[in-house]
Ligand binder design. Structure first.
Ligand code: C6P
Length: 408
């Protein structure tokens, strides 16, 4: 990174506090990330100076708000290397993006005898919408079998996708394993069979440079809050041909061309999918977060996150009684683990007394937890502002947690 980690951390006001008498070590970044001053100020600036509704008001504030909102869309298109801003729909986040694709595309193309292919690694947000499509259309849900370490083998992907497959939906990076799925190869296999590939980018967009044209995925969705942006905003990329054929799933103001008493027509892309007043401040905050990440450099962020994960993994592997969930390979940004005889919630509770925030639970991946025969795990996840000192404090606190439970 071109600026020092200390300088970088000083841009995040949240670190100017102590938690339970200790400096905050925030290792719950896969759940949500902290926000830099630029993002906080961009949202504040919008509300202080430019607040108005978009695409409506013929007044100065209305055009300023519209310009800022649409400029944010350009930034998202550039960030994902989409070929046009028409391919970028603002959503509430990954979950709402996946629901839009399932309801708007999946419901329309699937029928009895068709197949939707996913895996048991998926976050519930990339599983429940497809269950709903299968139940509503009579299509069947096919699971690519997981290997014992939780990863996918490409030959199993090849076997699972058939000429009956209409949709394949896959996380780019697993929020439990931290592994990167070969989505480019999976897109090629899906296309060979006439199916589309939907990529859940919730855990990839924050850490790696994404080029949707190079991946050749049909849809890609992500959440702003996992990459230094605000909550309640995210984006859906879809190839223009698919989006043009899709029917809107929400109806109301903003998305119409002409409204009659019994029939109406829709605006062109991308607005036909953005009914009602959008999250204008959120989109502006997301655009600023993208500027911030691009200024640091996605390659630098990926290298940093991989390094810290490896640095932590090496030390955790040496602690007796800690089991790392998932494959031995290098991971991107997170480590999921259990500690013998200590419930993950207790691990997280004790770590909090040291000012260390991690996540414990099923991480919205119950089928994957069952695959590993656990009901819950602990997870430490890293981002651009985390330091070796954060990892050292985590390791020290894990050792103390073990000592505490042994003695009690
Ligand atoms: N995972 C985690 O702690 P939303 O909530 O819509 O921003 O993102 C949903 C989602 C979808 N896919 C993946 C791979 C995800 O990791 C997430 C969010 C968080 O792991 C909260 S459960």
């Amino acid at each position: 990174m071109s600026i020092s980690l200390n300088e970088l951390r000083s841009i995040f006001p949240i670190f100017n506090q102590q938690i339970n008498g200790n400096p905050l070590v925030y290792l719950d970044n896969a759940a949500t990330t902290q926000k830099p001053l630029q993002v906080i100020e961009a949202i504040q600036h919008y509300y202080e100076w430019d607040n108005a509704n978009v695409h409506r008001g013929i007044h100065t504030l209305g055009s300023r708000a519209t310009d800022a909102y649409e400029k944010a869309r350009y930034k998202v298109a550039r960030f994902l290397q989409a070929s046009s801003v028409q391919e970028i729909i603002f959503t509430r986040g990954t979950t709402s993006g996946l629901n839009l694709i399932a309801s708007g595309y999946g419901q329309a193309v699937c029928g009895i005898g068709d197949e939707i292919v996913i895996s048991a690694m998926e976050h519930h947000s990339n599983l429940l919408p497809w269950q709903q499509v299968a139940q509503a259309t009579g299509a069947s849900l096919t699971y690519i079998p997981l290997q014992s370490d939780g990863t996918l083998a490409i030959q199993d992907v090849e076997k699972a996708i058939t000429s009956r497959t209409k949709v394949v939906s896959m996380s780019h990076v697993s929020n439990v394993l931290g592994t990167v799925n070969p989505v480019k190869e999976i897109a090629a296999i899906a296309h060979k069979h006439g199916a589309v590939l939907v990529v859940d980018g919730a855990q990839s967009a924050p850490h790696i440079r994404v080029d949707v044209q190079d991946l050749d995925c049909d849809f890609y969705v992500f959440s702003g809050h996992k990459m230094c942006g605000p909550t309640g905003i995210g984006a859906l990329y879809g190839k223009k041909d698919h989006l043009e054929q899709m029917h809107p799933i929400e109806f109301g103001g903003e998305m119409i061309d002409d409204v009659g008493l019994y029939e109406s027509s829709w605006r062109e892309l991308p607005w036909k999918f953005e009914a009602g007043t959008p999250n204008i401040a959120g989109a502006i905050g997301l655009g600023t977060a993208i500027d911030f990440l691009e200024e640091i450099g996605l390659e630098q962020i990926e290298a940093h996150d991989r390094y810290l994960t490896q640095y932590a993994l090496q030390q955790m592997n040496e602690i007796d009684g800690i089991t790392i969930i998932g494959p031995e390979c290098e991971r991107l940004g997170l480590i999921t683990f259990t500690i013998d005889l200590i419930h993950p919630h207790d691990v997280a509770t004790v770590l909090d007394t040291f000012g260390i925030a991690i996540r414990a639970g099923h991480h919205c991946c119950q089928p994957l937890m069952r695959h590993f025969e656990v009901s819950a795990t602990a997870r430490a996840s890293f981002y651009l502002y985390n330091t070796e000192n954060d990892v050292d404090r985590l390791i020290e606190a894990l050792l103390q947690t073990q000592t505490f439970f042994k003695s009690s």
